[in-house]
Design a protein around this ligand. Structure first.
Ligand code: SF4
Length: 333
């Protein structure tokens, strides 16, 4: 047995001893397309023109469209990976209002990924959130300085400390392929331990046109699986979410075998019911995992009733219904 197969087999046994044999899709709920930082070198935002200080270039999504999407997530069995958006895109009081409604819809607390959030805000969000997700991206400090020049790790580490002191949980994102190597795993291990990380979102770089990574290759499935397996073995109970773009569906069963819990990133609203969506469900089956929820079938329910249940004013409800029908139409076309 080669080294990777052995590693995956060990990780698979550890997964089986700690989790049920299932998997699911997680949707990141984004409330904006804008960001005040715009210089993480791998991000689409870095290709956008920087405005002058003081200019308001926030491109936010309507609250009603977010609520409509949350209703779809709940009824299709997709979990909310996190609630996120560009830094400073929405004001704190709006975020609080949205968190309350999202909670009301799902009946569950949600993870937030809002940049290095101050403790006084976390205290306000606490009734509605599981914990915070720090967009760490890479734990290699040298690479981090290059790829996230305006998003230092320090404030996130402080947020993790505040979150822990408030009884909240910590999660992080990691992008493989930014220049790190297998040698950086030890630093990752220390980072997870020191910051009490209970969930990790592990993506493989998606080279974005116009960024410095445009001509770089996305890491192969073996490297992606190696990182997941090493993480599973080092942390038997950690929640590992794998980020999967349309071009990486064929690696899902391998990554589940390596000990990942769930799948994210796939553009499900646009891709619902397609060959790719069927491919994800088939990959779960191939890995002997029951797929919870559906990426291919819309349940027959009264969607308007789902909206009527909410404690919102009639005008807002009508706007949610309109968006909901629009999404459902797109998903069934
Ligand atoms: S903070 Fe997030 S959205 Fe803004 S540039 Fe960096 S990765 Fe992109």
């Amino acid at each position: 047995m080669d080294k990777l197969k052995k590693l995956i087999s060990e990780a698979s046994k550890i997964y089986a001893a700690n989790f049920p044999s299932n998997t699911w899709f997680e949707r990141a709920l984004f409330f904006s397309w804008s960001c005040s930082i715009k210089d993480c070198t791998f991000c689409y935002m870095s290709t956008q023109e920087k405005r002058n200080k003081g200019d308001d270039d926030r491109a936010v999504r309507s609250k009603e469209s977010l609520y409509a999407e949350t209703i779809i997530c709940k009824n299709l069995g997709w979990k909310i990976g996190f609630f996120s958006g560009g830094i400073n895109a929405y004001h704190h009081k709006d975020l609080l209002e949205m968190l309350k409604v999202i909670n009301e819809i799902t009946g569950e607390k949600v993870w937030i990924n809002l940049g290095a959030t101050p403790k006084n805000y976390l205290e306000k969000y606490k009734p509605y959130i599981k914990g915070v997700v720090g967009s760490i991206e890479t734990v290699n400090e040298r690479i981090h300085k290059d790829v996230c020049p305006s998003k230092p790790i320090g404030p996130c580490v402080q947020m993790f400390k505040n979150s822990t002191s408030l009884g909240l949980k910590n999660a992080m994102t990691l992008i493989l392929g930014l220049g790190e190597a297998e040698e950086d795993f030890e630093t990752l291990k220390e980072f997870i331990e020191e910051n009490k990380i209970e969930k990790i979102h592990m993506y493989a770089l998606n080279p974005v046109k116009g960024t410095v990574f445009e001509k770089k290759k996305s890491p192969n499935k073996e490297y992606h699986a190696w990182y997941i397996a090493k993480t599973r073995i080092a942390f038997p109970n950690i929640d590992i979410q794998m980020g999967i773009w349309k071009d990486k569906i064929e690696r899902i069963s391998l990554l589940l075998g390596a000990g990942a819990n769930s799948i994210s990133k796939f553009p499900i609203i646009r891709q619902f019911g397609t060959k790719s969506a069927m491919g994800i469900e088939a990959q779960a089956k191939k890995a002997d995992r029951e797929f919870l929820g559906s990426l291919t079938n819309i349940p027959k329910i009264n969607w308007d009733e789902e909206v009527e249940k909410l404690n919102l004013n009639p005008e807002v409800k009508e706007k949610i219904k309109f968006k909901l029908n629009q999404y459902l139409r797109n998903m069934s076309s």
